[in-house]
Ligand binder design. Structure first.
Ligand code: ADP
Length: 496
């Protein structure tokens, strides 16, 4: 309150406050509001009784003399009399009301200061704590009392780092294992969402790692075989199927793991195996067929000879035919044996320095008679170059190519074997001026028993296996094999 208001308050309290001195028996000795005699005995007043018994007392009640609500305060004096002060309650209220804004303001100010101070204190207290580097807690310059806690944090950090390193190493090991696998591997959750896919599986399914992450397998591949496999997996817990994708054949085997909360799938490329099986089946059928023909002929002629039905002058001719057919059969069986040896990976094959030109010259010598018979001029040219390989296989490769160059030639034609260098490779080229091969047949001639002209091949003693052996031998030496040919003009076979 300001000075003016205080003055008014003081004035009011002086005029309105009543002071009464009461004798121990209750008689009013003095009262500033009137003559002492005019007041009745105060012995029954609540504050008076209280003051007599306890030393002091207060009371609020309606005054008999003024008819107003009054507040009384009575104090027992040393001589046993009681001094009483009283004021209208209204006055007390107004005093309190006058003080209220000041009180509230004061309290607000105190609260503000308290908040501010607590902030500042908390800030200064917490600053060293918030400056602690949790990676290096012991390096922090902070309260000594915190040292044990910081040491524990440090210890915990060390343990966490070791654990993370262990987990990382495990993960790396797992990744290496999975990505080194030639088989495809994938792990899925219960809804066939991909959790982990290795490189081979991505390649086989034809998706990138980003495309596969988090997607379901059915969203990546919707082939009926795949859908059936997943359905069976749900039903029985394990399933397998073959899937054709991108020209390859894959075997998928899936099984549920972890009580059905996920599943894993292995994908194996079985193209070669399947095709190999198919080829072997076709091969054995072909072999039986190819062997049957000369055998039937031999059987026919020898049967007739045995039954004595052949005229003596024809006997020689029959025997020559039997010899020729037997020769054919022997050639066939030899080629078949050679091929099956190659099929098995040519176990025991040697790897040594082979002089290709020397090999070609030896071959030319062994084919001299055949060339002369067909009236073909066979030549060998080039430089002495070496490859690392099996001399028998290299010899067979050159023999078969040169043999064809003579067999499928024209009288007066030429056949040439040349050996030359091309970069860091050795090229063997067998060129002829023969009948040539039609473009549509150029791929097929390397297949087993394939002959562009069956009767002509038979007539020349061909088995249809020569180029298959050439192809195998080239593969064994990691060589490329190609053919260029123009029908009627000749062919060029290049092994590089
Ligand atoms: P074959 O024993 O019948 O000669 P190959 O496997 O060596 O069997 O050859 C397959 C077929 O390819 C032959 O029957 C022939 O039709 C054709 N061929 C191979 N070499 C030549 C060539 N130099 N010129 C023309 N045709 C060829």
């Amino acid at each position: 309150a300001n000075a003016g208001e205080a003055l008014v308050l003081l004035e009011n309290s002086l005029t309105l406050s009543r002071v009464t001195l009461i004798a121990p028996d209750g008689q009013v000795l003095f009262d500033n509001m009137g003559e002492a005699d005019s007041f009745d005995n105060h012995a029954n007043r609540e504050e008076f009784i209280g003051a007599l018994s306890r030393g002091s007392a207060t009371a609020i009640r309606r005054s008999d003399s003024s008819g107003m609500d009054m507040i009384y305060y009575a104090q027992k004096l040393q001589d046993g009399s009681v001094l009483r002060l009283s004021a209208p309650l209204r006055l007390v209220h107004s005093v309190f009301a006058g003080m209220l804004p000041g009180l509230l303001g004061g309290m607000a100010a105190i609260v503000c200061v308290a908040v501010l101070l607590s902030r500042i204190i908390a800030g200064t207290l917490l600053k060293p704590l918030s400056n602690i580097d949790l990676d290096e807690p012991e390096a922090a310059n902070t309260y000594e009392e915190l040292t044990p806690l910081l040491s524990r944090i440090m210890e915990q950090n060390k343990r966490s780092r070791q654990q993370i390193a262990r987990l990382n190493a495990k993960q790396q090991e797992m990744d290496m294992l999975l990505n080194g696998m030639s088989e495809g591997f994938l792990a899925m959750d219960a809804r066939h969402r991909l959790l982990s896919v290795n490189k081979s599986a991505l390649q086989m399914l034809g998706v990138s790692a980003q495309d596969a992450q988090g997607r379901t397998l059915t969203a990546i591949n919707r082939q009926p075989d795949m859908l059936n496999l997943l359905e069976e997996l749900e039903r029985t817990g394990t399933a397998s199927a073959t899937l054709c994708q991108g020209g390859r054949i894959y075997l998928l085997s899936a099984s549920k793991v972890d009580g059905g909360s996920g599943s894993v799938m292995l994908i194996r490329d079985i193209t070669e195996k399947t095709e190999g099986e198919l080829m072997r089946k076709r091969f054995s059928a072909n072999v039986s067929h190819e062997l049957r023909t000369p055998l039937t002929t031999i059987f026919g002629y020898s049967d007739m000879l045995a039954s004595g039905m052949v005229k003596p002058e024809d006997r020689q001719d029959f025997l020559e035919r039997i010899t020729a057919e037997s020769r054919r059969m022997l050639d066939l069986v030899e080629d078949i044996l050679r091929l099956s040896k190659l099929d098995e990976g040519y176990q025991g094959g040697r790897r040594e320095k082979v002089d290709v030109l020397d090999c070609a010259k030896q071959t030319a010598v062994s084919l001299e008679a055949a060339a002369e018979f067909k009236q073909v001029r066979l030549t060998v040219t080039g430089e002495p170059l070496h490859v690392l390989g099996d001399p028998t296989l290299v010899g067979e490769l050159i023999y078969n190519l040169a043999d064809n160059a003579i067999k499928y030639n024209k009288p007066g034609g030429e056949a040439e074997i040349s050996v030359h260098r091309s970069g860091d490779r050795v090229n063997l080229v067998v060129r002829d001026t023969g009948i040539g091969i039609h473009p549509t047949q150029q791929d097929k001639i390397f297949e087993r028993f394939y002959r562009t002209d069956k009767s002509r091949s038979k007539e020349t003693g061909g088995t249809g296996l020569g180029l298959s052996i050439v192809k195998h031998s080239a593969e064994y030496h990691s060589a490329t094999l190609s053919v260029q040919s123009t029908p009627g003009q000749g062919s060029v076979f290049t092994v590089s």
